[in-house]
Design a protein around this ligand. Structure first.
Ligand code: MG
Length: 245
């Protein structure tokens, strides 16, 4: 009998295109204004300093742009750095400072009410039903725990964070590694076979299964991975109830 639901977010409770169509364009459109308005904030200044280090070590970029060794407190230098961020976005570079800055911009966007997360139409009802049925709900997503909580705090169905008991991100370990699921079960003090992990990634389901966790593949239009392999699958969260025993 399942007592715990471990839920992926993107492709499972929220359409994958929310991130690509809403979050990333929002960060790009607001990056210059955000940096100009918040550069004196200590946490933003730290991100900008880290970005400058990346900038100074990026030889490809310097073929196109004059190298700046030091970030001065001038508007012009900050604009150069913003151009660099937009360049990193355009080449889909995995940059820690860019990721950190995008996180700060999204947080402000959520708090200001500019961004509302759009879950699948049935997600909020299902979460409420499962919580009412005394299932323990947990999140496991590659987005940071802060990003997970912002997403569930600012949904088109209100703040849903109180429905969840546990939050896990890749600080626990990679999502395609068996040990991550073992660790999660230990943290939740539950036997693996009482946990149902729901994800749109067949590889993540494989890793969970290797840890003895029950799996359910989320197969939805728009998801890049449409192959449930040997895992049970649902096309709508309302059908999850059939897989609880
Ligand atoms: Mg996913």
């Amino acid at each position: 009998m399942i007592s715990h639901l471990l839920l992926d977010i993107e492709g499972t409770t929220c359409p994958v295109n929310f991130v690509s169509d809403i979050l990333f364009p929002y960060a790009s459109a607001n990056i210059t204004q955000f940096v100009e308005e918040n550069h004196q904030d200590a946490s933003i200044a730290k991100i900008l300093q880290n970005a400058l280090d990346e900038y100074n070590n990026d030889h490809e970029w310097h073929k196109k742009s004059p190298q700046k060794q030091q970030l001065t407190d001038s508007s012009e230098d900050r604009m150069n750095l913003c151009d660099y961020f937009l360049h990193l976005i355009s080449i889909d570079k995995k940059s820690t400072s860019l990721k950190d800055l995008q996180g700060k911009i999204w947080k402000k966007g959520y708090i200001d009410g500019d961004i509302t997360s759009r879950l699948f139409p049935e997600t909020a009802d299902c979460l409420q039903q499962w919580a009412a049925d005394k299932l323990t709900l947990a999140v496991y997503s590659s987005g940071s725990i802060e990003a997970q909580q912002l997403l569930y705090q600012h949904t088109n169905n209100g703040d849903l964070t109180a429905l969840f008991s546990h939050w896990f991100d890749t600080h626990t370990g990679p999502k395609k590694t068996r040990e991550s699921y073992t660790q999660i079960c230990q943290t939740m003090h539950v036997e693996p076979n009482k946990v149902l992990f729901v994800s749109d990634s067949g590889d993540e389901c494989d890793a969970a299964e290797q840890a003895g966790v029950q799996t359910l593949f989320s197969k939805r239009a728009g998801n890049p991975d449409q192959n449930p392999k040997h895992h049970r699958w649902v096309g709508n969260l309302r059908d999850l109830a059939q897989h609880l025993s």
